[in-house]
Design a protein around this ligand. Structure first.
Ligand SMILES: [Zn+2]
Length: 175
């Protein structure tokens, strides 16, 4: 059984076929999730993966400490897999969230299609950006109900400032 040890918002834009998503808001939730789900893994071989291979190594050490006899983890993480495994043989589906300006990458580490929602920090794909709940810098379909009117007014003001700064930047470049 294969476990995706990343956060739920990362899993939401891509994962391996058949992987189990513990639906965690953060990695600290992992021991609690394991305590509730360990029976499902009785007598099964467990493999884990994450973006770069660090979190799943921690998670597999945790499971070994919990008495699971054999735990595998994907060396070098998803990024190494996407770089090494040709698309035709790949079991990866979707894009892989990364913690830099690229936001997400695909097979061969090609740039992905996601941007970041600056209200909630989640990745938003082309479908999300076309959704009526999406307003740049203010909301995306995932966080539309999470913020108060006061928050949204603050985000709108911040977005206005960004637009002004961009316009000034463009004017500056044109001089
Ligand atoms: Zn959002």
């Amino acid at each position: 059984m294969v476990i995706d040890t990343r956060n739920d918002y990362e899993v939401s834009i891509g994962t391996f076929a058949g992987a189990i998503n513990p639906e965690m808001a953060g990695f600290r939730a992992f021991p609690g999730w394991w305590a509730q789900n360990r029976d499902r893994f009785q007598g099964k071989r467990v493999a884990m993966f994450c973006t770069g291979g660090i979190r799943c190594e921690k998670a597999s050490n945790y499971l070994l400490g919990q008495g699971v006899p054999e735990v595998l983890h994907l060396k070098g993480g998803i990024l190494n897999y996407l770089e090494q495994v040709p698309r035709a043989q790949s079991r990866w589906q979707g894009e892989c969230f990364v913690f830099d300006n690229r936001v997400a990458v695909g097979h061969g580490l090609a740039p992905g299609t996601h941007t970041i929602c600056h209200a909630c920090g989640r990745p938003v794909g082309p479908e999300g950006r076309a959704h009526p709940d999406h307003a740049e810098g203010i909301s995306c379909p995932a966080c539309i109900g999470e913020f108060t009117e006061a928050d949204r007014a603050r985000f709108a003001e911040r977005q206005r400032q960004i637009r002004l700064a961009r316009a000034r930047g463009t004017a500056h470049l044109a001089e």
